[in-house]
Write a protein that binds this ligand. Structure first.
Ligand SMILES: [Zn+2]
Length: 253
């Protein structure tokens, strides 16, 4: 596979970077990334991944646009309230970068469809807003051996982490949330500009993973406080009793 003259021009500011170059841009073109959730985080990540030339994007979301989404989800417009988010995201991607193959899945990810939806991808970016779905996605990522970037934002706080098997997202949050389907964003509120920051950071992390730039960020939680404007990161420990990645489960070693 090679880059066309149009692609060489389109990605010129990437290709000139020694950490990316032509080889890195080809890696981006070949990459298959599943984006779970086209809400605030997804709407921050999708434009960045589209612009970067990630060649195969799968967008999974069963929601339709609501007026209260518009303060944080710049993929959608006021006259699109009521339309399916995956359709609008695909239209955006097609207009922005015709080199990207976009697949849309207007379903909610659940235990009985998650493996079929996520298998075959090189990377999963989860920006959903409830713990139950996040845990379903994380357990599947461990089973399928696919790296997972998990990103979340509420009120003024954002967090992003990359998981590669052990430790996994379940090690981090535990089992208490499996049946908890609360929409914390709706209940607690979120600063609109924060979701874009966190979604974009998650996209940056995805590009680092795909191109293999810098030190591996796995098992480290990056926290942003939008009120004090501070970033910090902490190392995430493995839970030896984790039922997804712990014990003798070889799938994620
Ligand atoms: Zn675990």
């Amino acid at each position: 596979m090679a880059l066309s003259d149009e692609e060489l021009d389109r990605y010129a500011r990437h290709i000139v970077l020694p950490q990316i170059g032509g080889a890195g841009q080809l890696r981006l073109k070949e990459a298959r990334v599943a984006i779970v959730g086209a809400g605030g985080i997804g709407a921050g990540a999708i434009p960045a991944l589209t612009g970067a030339g990630v060649g195969h994007l799968t967008i999974i979301d069963d929601d339709r646009v609501e007026l209260s989404n518009l303060h944080r989800q710049p993929l959608y417009a006021a006259d699109q309230v009521g339309e399916r988010k995956v359709d609008l995201a695909a239209r955006f991607i097609g207009k922005r970068n015709p080199h990207i193959e976009c697949r849309t899945i207007p379903d909610r990810i659940e235990g009985d469809n998650v493996d079929a939806i996520l298998s075959g991808h090189d990377l999963i970016l989860d920006g959903t807003d409830n713990f139950a779905t996040r845990l379903v996605v994380s357990d599947a990522a461990v089973r399928l051996g696919i790296p997972l970037i998990s990103a979340a934002a509420q009120q003024f706080q954002g967090q992003v982490a990359l998981f590669r098997g052990r430790p996994c997202y379940r090690c981090f949050v535990g089992d208490a949330f499996d049946t908890d389907d609360c929409d914390t964003c709706a209940e607690l509120g979120v600063l609109g500009a924060l979701t874009g920051t966190i979604g974009n950071f998650a996209a940056l992390m995805a590009i680092r993973v795909i191109v293999n730039i810098g030190e591996d960020a796995a098992a480290r939680l990056f926290l942003f406080d939008g009120a004090s404007l501070t970033w910090k990161s902490i190392k995430l420990p493995r839970d030896p009793n984790c039922r997804a990645c712990g014990g003798d489960n070889e799938a994620c070693s």
